[in-house]
Design a protein around this ligand. Structure first.
Ligand SMILES: [Zn+2]
Length: 251
């Protein structure tokens, strides 16, 4: 009896190892924009979860704003915000691989039944290129570097660190939505020719300088925190199929 029990235990252990393996069942991670149709349309994903993983002292400022931007462009009956304090236990600067590793270690799949889940990481420390304030690293993952955002605050607090963070957060969300021309070709000529994937309009949150620490030097007046008419036109064209999307990991 004991021998049989041992045998059963060993077989079960072998199975659990198999099903627990990331290599066999792992979800495709895609590129930024790879889940834009999953967000814009509601044929499978009727609800959405915005998950903020942040280190103590690095609480996100723009979670409600992000939800309202999603509500404006994506067909979702519910959009939930979930905030979790985590310890990334990371030292030194961050690479894109570091960000992906943490997100997929700590987070869950982006696609689960009828829920689409996008992750926003707020770690301490800086990106490997420390002029970068935020970065989108795959179809469901963004990181915002609040230490660099604080340093980007303008002279006499204009723009303030909070304003910069709001703009950068909405900007990186725009990359997950595929802006500008990441997974489609716009019928409107609004991509900046020197800064691919970005807008040439300094009234759009997708303007190329928004995610750079020089942002205060390039934009006078209020920082934009909204997509402009051309960005919105691209998103509605993608949503209704008049603009075709490529590199989608769900469609
Ligand atoms: Zn950008």
């Amino acid at each position: 009896m004991r021998a049989i029990f041992l045998a059963v235990t060993i077989i079960l252990a072998a199975f659990s190892g198999c099903f627990g393996s990331d290599d066999i069942l792992s979800e495709k991670r895609g590129i930024p924009g790879g889940l834009t149709l999953a967000c814009l349309q509601d044929s499978q994903f009727t609800s959405m979860e915005l998950v903020f993983l942040y280190e103590e002292g690095y609480e996100p400022e723009a979670s409600d704003l992000l939800k309202s931007r999603i509500d404006q462009v994506c067909e979702k009956s519910t959009v939930r915000i979930r905030k979790e304090i985590v310890n990334f236990e990371h030292s030194g600067s961050w690479s894109s691989d570091d960000i992906r590793d943490q997100r997929w270690d700590l987070g869950a799949d982006a696609m689960q039944e009828n829920t689409l889940r996008w992750y926003f990481l707020f770690p301490s420390g800086v990106y490997q290129k420390d002029s970068v304030l935020g970065v989108a690293v795959d179809a469901s993952t963004v990181a915002i570097f609040k230490d660099s955002v604080a340093d980007a605050e303008g002279f006499l607090g204009r723009p303030s660190a909070e304003e910069v963070e709001r703009s950068v957060t909405v900007h990186e969300l725009g990359h997950l939505l595929g802006l500008v021309n990441l997974v489609y070709t716009s019928p409107i000529d609004h991509e900046d020719s020197n800064n691919k994937g970005h807008s040439n309009n300094d009234n759009s949150v997708m303007y190329w300088a928004i995610e750079s620490s020089d942002v205060g030097n390039f934009i006078s007046g209020d920082l934009p925190d909204e997509y402009d008419a051309d960005d919105k036109s691209d998103l509605s064209g993608l949503a209704d199929g008049t603009i075709s999307a490529k590199n989608q990991i769900w469609s």
